[in-house]
Design a protein around this ligand. Structure first.
Ligand code: SF4
Ligand code: SF4
Length: 434
């Protein structure tokens, strides 16, 4: 049994036993403050990821930059011992994250066009190939430009699936499909396909020896012993792909639909209103976030499987791989499964929820809508605080309660927001549908 520490901080020379303050800071820092500092740092890391990808496309925001400085500084030794202020800073981080996700969306749309619903075939076709994984649309776009006319096909993996919805990326005929699913299948998937692999961001794993010589990283991603590509010059990746045995034609029976942009969803607004008023759509669910290999994450598959036919699921990020191969059909032309894209497209989700709130003249918390979140890493922390900043209540969260949340923090989240851990899918659905 691993001992649960009240806190852990070893950032200054006063640290207990010269190894770490684990019960209370020698400086007087309380465990809840230490945990809220970690929470703020996690949210800041999440924002930084989105900001990085926006900057890749030339988009920046000085207000967000200034917040990041202030947020980091507030966690330095002997600056701020006030737990309530760290909750305020986390909410402010949520607001800044919304700004950042919107900035990144603007960057994506102005560079590659607004996404449109697009069917993506899963599996390989005959010929040499490169599998691109991660989140960087810029890296994928540069790779597509450089592979055009070379005979090398490009596949997305994990969170690059939504790239297919962008007209400026979809136009490349050699962007032929998707291979694999969420980030954690990569060792199995990359071993199986004799393709070159490009990791463009986080969610790259230390490679197995059998593909270590054909995986490359770019941007912020780096792996020891793996060639890192600078300045988007993917020549070594393309040369590697050409040198490998060709991929084979697979049946490609699985087809995933991605790329629902704000305009597409808003174009359905009139129909959605009519269907809700006629009782044909009973409830909306936002089921999304990061996917996790934890056994508890099976919840999300069962949850969507068991939803009644008069409900609609909005999804985003790689949590969708738990159910995006299911055919949920449609309700008189409104798809029952709407994939908004990457985790940063939570910003689009927020705009859709705001539009639903206008459409029905209701506060967000009064809408027939429930958020069912899955988290893996720190971008999800930023998104959670964005939703809390908007005052959204009664959300469900899994697969586990974050480890840095202690009883005090959980009490705040439950008392103020009724944040609820996922439980049994059937019982949860009953509760959500009232
Ligand atoms: S900042 Fe405080 S809690 Fe952290 S190591 Fe120093 S004394 Fe300990
Ligand atoms: S959605 Fe989350 S877990 Fe999935 S690839 Fe992106 S960051 Fe990683």
């Amino acid at each position: 049994m691993v001992e649960k520490l009240d806190m852990f901080c070893y950032q200054c020379s006063q640290t207990a036993g010269e190894t770490g303050c684990t019960v209370r800071g020698v400086c007087g820092k309380e465990p809840t403050v230490a945990r809220l500092q970690d929470n703020l740092l996690f949210a800041i890391k999440g924002i930084s990821a989105y900001l990085y990808h926006a900057r890749e496309l030339g988009y920046t925001d000085p207000e967000v930059d200034a917040f990041l400085e202030r947020g980091f500084y507030s966690t330095l030794t002997n600056v701020n011992f006030d737990a309530a202020e760290f909750v305020n800073l986390a909410l402010e981080a949520g607001a800044m994250n919304i700004k950042t996700m919107n900035l990144l969306k603007k960057a994506h749309i102005e560079t590659y066009g607004e996404p449109v619903p697009t069917e993506v075939k899963v599996g390989s076709v005959k010929g040499p190939g490169i599998i691109a994984t991660g989140h960087s649309m810029k890296a994928l776009a540069e790779l597509l430009k450089q592979t055009e006319g070379t005979g090398v096909n490009v596949y997305t993996h994990s969170e690059l699936l939504p790239a297919h919805g962008y007209p400026g990326l979809h136009k490349y005929e050699h962007l032929v499909g998707q291979i694999g699913g969420p980030w954690f299948d990569q060792k199995k998937t990359f071993s199986k396909y004799s393709a070159a692999i490009l990791g463009t961001s986080n969610c790259v794993l230390l490679p197995l020896d059998d593909y270590k010589d054909r995986i490359f990283t770019s941007g912020v991603a780096q792996l020891p012993g793996v060639q890192h590509i600078e300045d988007y010059d993917f020549t070594p990746v393309i040369e590697k792909a050409k040198s490998l045995p060709e991929l084979e034609d697979e049946p490609r029976d699985t087809v995933l639909t991605t790329g629902f942009g704000l305009s597409t969803v808003l174009s359905l607004a009139g129909k959605i209103k009519e269907l809700v008023e006629a009782g044909k759509i009973r409830h909306f669910f936002v089921v999304g976030g990061c996917d996790s290999p934890k056994p508890q994450a099976k919840y999300y598959t069962e949850f969507v499987e068991k939803l009644p036919q008069d409900t609609v699921v909005l999804t985003l990020a790689c949590g969708k791989y738990r159910f995006n191969d299911m055919d949920l059909g449609d309700i008189e032309g409104v798809p029952r499964l709407i994939d908004l894209g990457q985790c940063n497209d939570a910003g689009v989700g927020i705009e859709i929820v705001a539009a639903l709130s206008d459409l029905f003249g209701m506060e967000i918390n009064d809408l027939p809508l429930t958020f069912v979140l899955s988290w893996m890493e720190q971008k999800a922390a930023a998104i959670l605080w964005s939703l809390l900043y908007l005052g959204i209540k009664d959300m469900y969260i899994g697969p586990i309660i974050p480890g840095w949340v202690n009883e005090d923090i959980l009490n705040v989240l439950v008392e103020n927001y009724n944040l609820t851990p996922i439980g049994n899918p059937e019982e949860d659905i009953k509760k959500m549908l009232g």
